[in-house]
Ligand binder design. Structure first.
Ligand SMILES: Nc1ncnc2c1ncn2[C@@H]1O[C@H](COP(=O)(O)OP(=O)(O)OP(=O)(O)O)[C@@H](O)[C@H]1O
Ligand code: SF4
Ligand SMILES: [Mg+2]
Length: 338
């Protein structure tokens, strides 16, 4: 995607693809979880990745944090293809710059460790601990995520905390290594609706005050509008539309994005009620998706060409693009076949 804000991306995915093999020795199936995903993350900006369950959002995030090795594609961090740097030290250094926050704050914290131990560990592993200053470093981290009084929170165990407080500890743990990029995979979807906004506001503050680049993975397109500068829409392993969040919500171009938004009468309300979730309707069988547009079986505008090849990226303006033949002149060779 192009961008109208003339910044260099800090992290960029180019045509990232991930295929999993499913089934047994007798019948193997290739699950094309992510196909040719390209995206850019910028310092001080949030990019949302929105899509229904199974569309490949977490697989993209896991490739970006290098938990999953991509089947193909490039991952460019600060201008370097970091997938070529596979050593243990190089991976550790990458992880101190690109951190992930998970959906479930209940399982992501070790129940037998106090908060101070949870935060101290990454300081040592990543060489960030300052001699004689570790306690202060822990208190400062707790301050940054508004868990005060800090001395009190440092001594608590996870079971003594609410879901929102645990997610704040998980964010503090990510911050301990001084990351430039945070990948937040559904960070609020397991929390009470009433405390979601506080966690999103905390992340927005880290974006604004500290210039951290965020990828915000979510089902909830309304919260993407609230929190994210740009939004990418994902369907069946493909990113099908990218835009500034405001334009996307005001004027969705891809038929899938239009379907998503048609079930959201008031996006602001959706954030409070959770009504704007991208999980309506059937989920496509990824193993059965052919070479064409994956949305063809559900699309009210489907044409013959849609079933033959994935539509290319059509830029609509400096900040917007879409992958759909409705916005693409039909190539002559294909038109001749129809
Ligand atoms: N480790 C794995 N092995 C095999 N298949 C996998 C693996 N991880 C994910 N998949 C498959 O890849 C596809 C995409 O999964 P992914 O978890 O990325 O989707 P998602 O968009 O994050 O969904 P959700 O909203 O439910 O979290 C799914 O069909 C899933 O079953
Ligand atoms: S490419 Fe065709 S099937 Fe796919 S969304 Fe566009 S019109 Fe619908
Ligand atoms: Mg997921």
């Amino acid at each position: 995607m192009q961008n109208g804000h003339n910044m260099q991306p800090i992290l960029e995915a180019r045509n990232l693809t991930k295929h999993f093999t499913a089934g047994n020795a007798l019948s193997k199936q290739v699950v094309r979880a992510v196909e040719n995903a390209s995206l850019q993350l910028y310092p001080g900006r949030v990019t949302a990745l929105v899509g229904e369950s199974g569309s490949g959002k977490s697989t993209i995030a896991r490739m970006l944090v290098r938990m999953y090795e991509p089947t193909s594609g490039e991952l460019i961090y600060h201008g370097r293809n970091c997938l070529l740097e596979k050593g243990r030290r190089e991976l550790l250094s990458y992880r101190s710059q690109v951190q992930m926050i998970f959906q479930d704050p209940f399982s992501s914290l070790n129940p037998v460790r106090r908060v101070r131990d949870v935060l101290e560990r990454p300081l040592h592993i990543h060489g960030k601990a300052r001699r004689g200053k570790v306690r202060e470093q822990i208190y400062e981290l707790l301050h940054r995520v508004s868990l005060t009084p800090v001395e009190e929170f440092a001594d608590k165990y996870p079971h003594q905390l609410s879901g929102g407080q645990r997610q704040r500890v998980a964010i503090a743990r990510a911050l301990a290594v001084e990351p430039k990029v945070i990948l937040a995979d559904e960070p609020v979807s397991m929390l009470d609706v009433s405390i979601r906004m506080g966690i999103l506001n905390l992340m927005a503050k880290l974006r604004d005050d500290e210039g951290i680049a965020f990828l915000y993975v979510t089902h909830d397109i309304a919260s993407a509008r609230y929190f994210a500068d740009e939004t990418l829409v994902m369907y069946a392993g493909r990113i099908v539309e990218g835009s500034t969040s405001e334009e996307l919500i005001q004027d969705p171009k891809h038929p899938y994005t239009q379907l998503l938004l048609s079930s959201v009468p008031d996006p602001a309300k959706g954030l409070r009620t959770g009504a704007a979730r991208a999980d309506k309707g059937e989920v496509p069988d990824l193993a059965a998706v052919g070479n064409g547009c994956p949305f063809a079986p559900r699309c009210p505008h489907v044409m013959d060409i849609c079933r033959q090849a994935m539509p290319p990226v059509t830029p609509l303006n400096d900040d917007r693009w879409v992958r759909c033949y409705l916005y693409e002149p039909v190539p002559e060779a294909v038109a001749a076949r129809n």
